[in-house]
Design a protein around this ligand. Structure first.
Ligand SMILES: [Zn+2]
Ligand SMILES: [Zn+2]
Length: 240
């Protein structure tokens, strides 16, 4: 199964990723992707760029080398109320917002109720498109309760290919999450979380997990061009 967009990628600007935005776009073009979302880490991640970086992403044309470049951010959830580390004004100007928990920017307290509360508030955040790699075991939450709310609020649940390489503890939770997305018909996106150009569009492991549980293809937003474009249109994101 091929994907037509990779909606979670990092550039040199994150300072622990190693390709320029242009190199990431060209890699997407070579792989025949319709779109790539550049989602560098928001400011509370060590070495991350500041708000002006995100505010000024609009200088990048919507299409480069025939690839739709979604100007995005990976915002850090920085407390158990689900607060994000970027201003609403900046988030509202961006095409694509991934919200994630990272142990560097949110101290794990291994409290399922606290994580559930954080994600329930993220579900209601109108600026968030994607629930980023939420299988991390330090931040386990009430999957049954929260996945339903992600679906009800139109959030896309991410199956993150990089988790198979760097977040091994998350894999069994990812499977639980994917099974619940199937049970409640919640759409997912399959993303590389690339930190180098050669990783763009590389999602084999994540697709493998979905195949294993016979996940319905029609719930994978970025497996179908028409479906993906419809999503962008419904969010008033330019596709011309
Ligand atoms: Zn992340
Ligand atoms: Zn990332």
């Amino acid at each position: 199964m091929n994907i037509i967009a990779d909606t979670h990628c990092h550039s040199l600007a994150s300072t622990h990723a190693y390709s320029t935005i242009e190199e990431m776009i060209n890699a997407a073009s070579k792989k025949g992707l319709y779109a790539i979302a550049i989602t560098d880490h928001a400011r509370t991640m060590a070495g991350a760029p500041g708000k002006w970086y995100f505010e000024n992403l609009c200088v990048i044309p919507d299409y480069v080398n025939k690839v739709r470049v979604l100007k995005g951010i990976e915002a850090n959830i920085c407390d158990y109320n689900g607060s994000l580390d970027e201003d609403e004004f900046v988030l509202s100007k961006l095409d694509w917002v991934v919200a994630s928990m990272h142990e560097i920017t949110l101290k794990p307290n291994f409290d399922i109720d606290a994580c559930t509360n954080a994600w329930l508030n993220i579900a209601k955040n109108p600026y968030v498109n994607v629930i980023g790699h939420s299988g991390v075991s330090a931040f386990a939450y009430d999957y049954e309760r929260v996945i339903k709310e992600f679906g009800r609020n139109g959030k896309l649940v991410e199956i993150n290919n990089t988790s198979f390489r760097v977040r091994h503890d998350a894999i069994s939770n990812c499977k639980k999450i994917a099974k619940l997305c199937k049970k409640y018909s919640v759409s997912v996106v399959v993303n590389s979380d690339a930190h180098f150009s050669s990783q763009v569009g590389e999602v084999d492991k994540a697709i493998g997990l979905l195949k294993e549980i016979e996940f319905p293809r029609e719930l994978i937003l970025n497996a179908n061009l028409e479906r993906f474009k419809n999503y962008l249109e419904n969010k008033s994101i330019n596709i011309d």
